[in-house]
Design a protein around this ligand. Structure first.
Ligand code: ADP
Ligand code: NI
Length: 198
């Protein structure tokens, strides 16, 4: 039921925010929860499923706020108000670009945020970044860093994520993925300079 609701809401998103992203985040979040022995699995799973519903990058102006939309759905499913409030908080504040930051994150929040951030780094992170950049028709790379480019996004956001992990399991999983970003960039610039370094 929730899967159906989530899939419907993802229509119009870029394919880096597709159902597979949601499913990977759900699985990563449940894994982190079990390794940490922390968090309520029901809240973790529902928050992971709903974390990108109503994302402002894809939302049309006329749509109701993501909070109202999610709460309407969960109330209809008979979910307790207290749990609904937490799920909405996670949906609202999870984004890296969210201007408002939360100082008192619940353990479920920390876990789902780590899972979402892990899916933005590593090989999948590289694929998603170029996919999103393509969706926006951004440049692959702007050597002057004057216009939005996907390589620019690595420095603005992706390379910072491994230091922002909330849980020790998240930090451990981020290490290899972060290293891969660095390897990717090294090779990218090597090829970019082709001609001067052959
Ligand atoms: P969050 O939901 O935490 O704000 P985003 O939705 O901004 O994270 O990012 C989700 C995915 O889209 C990530 O894989 C990210 O790299 C990619 N993305 C977001 N903004 C850009 C951008 N300007 N250029 C390339 N990729 C981007
Ligand atoms: Ni996400």
């Amino acid at each position: 039921m929730t899967e159906k609701f989530v899939r419907k809401n993802l229509e119009g998103y870029d394919s880096g925010h597709d159902w597979h992203h949601i499913d990977r985040v759900r699985k990563l979040a449940l894994y982190i929860g079990s390794r940490e022995g922390a968090g309520d699995r029901f809240i973790i799973e529902l928050s992971a499923l709903l974390h990108d519903t109503g994302d402002k990058k894809f939302r049309k102006q006329e749509e109701s706020s993501p909070g109202d939309h999610i709460s309407g759905f969960l109330k209809g499913q008979g979910v307790e108000d207290k749990i609904i409030d937490e799920i909405i908080r996670i949906n609202r504040y999870i984004s890296f670009s969210s201007v408002e930051k939360l100082s008192d994150k619940s353990v479920e929040f920390m876990i789902v945020q780590d899972a979402d951030r892990l899916d933005a780094i590593g090989a999948i992170g590289v694929a998603r970044a170029f996919n999103y950049g393509g969706f926006r028709n951004n440049a692959i790379y702007d050597p002057d860093y004057k216009t939005a480019s996907t390589i620019g996004h690595f420095y603005d956001k992706l390379l910072k994520l491994s230091d922002l992990m909330n849980t020790s399991t998240g930090r451990r999983l981020a290490e290899e993925r972060h290293m891969f970003l660095e390897i990717f960039l090294k090779q990218f610039f090597k090829e970019w300079e082709t001609g001067s370094n052959l």
